[in-house]
Design a protein around this ligand. Structure first.
Ligand code: SF4
Length: 253
């Protein structure tokens, strides 16, 4: 089996714990307005590679990955689910920590068998929830968040650790109400281990120009670290409110 790979990064430090071998999958059905990897969108692109080839690249620097492992990101890795599962299965056989960075858009709540096979060989899922409100989510990404939220709830049911990622985008995800509601939702996810609140930046702008695609957020200012911190505190308040509510009605952890 082969997968379509956009690129790899040997020493990733922001996509999961420790130093990681990061594999960028080709292809993504979403069209997030703030995407900084539009060059990964096309399904028919990238280099065709086998899982063994990728693991050989990992092994070359294995000594550096002692506290890290492999992260698959993209693009959308679940767009190539059978290949992703094979790669993680072989990685687990070699004792490698496996992390999936995903938007969750390819998850089908009506038919979870293939996703469950993948989750059985996944140590950590970093799930990017773009917006908690379905209508705004559609404006921001071109898709409903229904299956994404279903995936967020499904991952703990399979006992897999979960980190949530959320990008703060002016005019879309910078409202207090949205941030508290997101926190309240993710506070109910029993295997939640981390929260990354990321400020919107426009560093991908150059790629849009190269691809001849108009930049969707032209004129929108990058978010400061302080604003991202404020957003994080609001999301944390939502998480705490959920945990308090669960404790009060006796369904807490
Ligand atoms: S899911 Fe990720 S790769 Fe796909 S459009 Fe959104 S930000 Fe870009």
């Amino acid at each position: 089996m082969t997968g379509y790979i956009h690129s790899t990064e040997s020493f990733g430090t922001v996509d999961g714990p420790g130093v990681r071998f990061v594999i960028f999958f080709q292809g993504c059905p979403m069209r997030c307005l703030y995407c900084h990897n539009p060059d990964t969108w096309e399904i028919n692109g990238g280099e065709e590679m086998t899982a063994e080839q990728l693991l050989t690249m990992f092994e070359k620097n294995r000594v550096f990955y002692k506290h890290g492992g492999i992260t698959c990101t993209g693009g959308e890795p679940m767009r190539q689910l059978p290949f992703l599962t094979e790669l993680f299965r072989l990685a687990k056989m070699r004792g490698i920590h496996t992390c999936l960075d995903t938007s969750g858009i390819c998850f089908d709540p009506e038919n979870t068998a293939a996703a469950d096979e993948m989750l059985a060989v996944t140590d950590l899922v970093m799930l990017d929830i773009k917006h908690i409100d379905d209508e705004v989510h559609r404006r921001l990404t071109g898709h409903s968040n229904r299956n994404i939220l279903a995936f967020a709830e499904h991952i703990p049911e399979r006992g897999v650790e979960l980190w949530i990622r959320h990008v703060i985008v002016p005019g879309y995800t910078d409202g207090e109400e949205e941030q508290s509601a997101l926190g309240y939702f993710i506070g109910g996810l029993k295997t939640l281990k981390g929260l990354d609140v990321l400020p919107y930046h426009d560093m991908g702008k150059r790629k849009y120009a190269e691809l001849g695609i108009p930049y969707p957020l032209e004129g929108v200012k990058p978010v400061t670290a302080d604003d991202a911190q404020t957003a994080r505190e609001r999301i944390m308040s939502g998480i705490k409110a959920r945990l308090r509510a669960e404790k009060e009605n006796g369904s807490g952890r």
